[in-house]
Design a protein around this ligand. Structure first.
Ligand SMILES: C[S@@+](CC[C@H](N)C(=O)[O-])C[C@H]1O[C@@H](n2cnc3c(N)ncnc32)[C@H](O)[C@@H]1O
Length: 265
């Protein structure tokens, strides 16, 4: 069940929108329910724990993913409790280009709450392995898998630490496409990430799709440099900043987003 705070905010938004529709009368019972719940629920826009978010991938079919997430960006030392802008853009990219993942086995690295991998499952991937290294994130990921009934059977949640290049290489033999949203975010983890990507691509030659928000240009440059230094990986960069998000709503227009495609040279 969503929290009372979420229900109040949802109904407030819904009622405001409906009131703008000419000649449309709101249901009295709904108004009464809203008023009584709002009176007993503390609603502020300050971050307050977990919430449920619905991501609509396809407005016509109403294909959607529901995720339980933390409202604060960095919670208990992990970045994996919220969907990051680059993860949102990666999900949107596959929603726009489902041909890349349709019928394919996909692994999502540093999956966090799960959006990008779950979007691949919803858009036609055969199987998705959503991975992370944090126990707390893996628990949240598993509970998010379970609440997305239509696609939960296609998704497997697994522990995978990029440090363990052997495990990375082994898993990559089972998949066709490797994805990761906002996983090259910190210079201290970038060498480990590139080591994992190298092990994965060398073992099975898949294409890797990584999205990054350019917060610090040096971190992004380091990521590209280390890919080049491997001597065996090639890469191309697409700017997703100007991409109009057609499926998922509420993009942050000021986020500077890049998609890096990595392949074997
Ligand atoms: C910024 S979050 C992005 C989460 C999600 N992909 C998104 O786009 O919303 C980075 C994720 O990478 C994971 N991560 C960091 N270091 C890792 C490692 N060595 N092995 C596996 N996952 C790692 C974190 O636990 C976190 O979930």
């Amino acid at each position: 069940m969503p929290s009372n705070r979420y229900i109040v905010l949802f109904l407030k938004n819904y009622i405001e929108r409906i009131e703008r529709v000419p000649d449309y009368n709101l249901d009295d019972e709904l108004i009464e329910f809203y008023v009584s719940l709002a009176a007993t629920t503390e609603v502020s826009f300050a971050p307050s724990g977990m919430c449920y978010k619905t991501y609509v991938l396809d407005k016509e079919q109403y294909t959607r993913i529901v995720l339980r997430e933390e409202q604060m960006l960095i919670s208990s030392g992990t970045t994996g409790f919220q969907t990051w802008e680059a993860g949102l853009r990666l999900a949107d990219f596959f929603t726009e280009h489902p041909d890349i993942i349709r019928g394919k086995n996909v692994v999502d690295l540093g999956a966090g709450c799960g959006l990008a991998g779950f979007a691949c499952a919803a858009m036609g991937a055969s199987r998705v392995v959503s991975t992370d290294f944090s126990d707390a994130v893996l628990k949240l990921l598993e509970s998010n898998r379970k609440i997305n009934h239509g696609i939960s059977d296609k998704i497997q949640v697994s522990e995978l630490d990029w440090v363990d290049t052997e495990a990375c290489a082994k898993l990559s033999k089972e998949v066709d496409v490797i994805i990761g949203g906002d996983i090259a975010y910190d210079p201290s983890i970038v060498p480990t990430l590139v080591g994992a990507l190298k092990a994965m691509v060398l073992s099975s030659q898949q294409v890797v799709y990584v999205t990054t928000t350019i917060r610090n240009p040096e971190t992004f440059e380091l990521f590209l440099e280390l890919i080049d230094d491997t001597g065996v990986l090639g890469r191309s960069v697409m700017d997703l900043t100007e991409t109009k998000m057609t499926a998922l709503c509420h993009p942050n227009p000021s986020a500077d987003i890049r998609l890096v495609l990595i392949t074997r040279n």
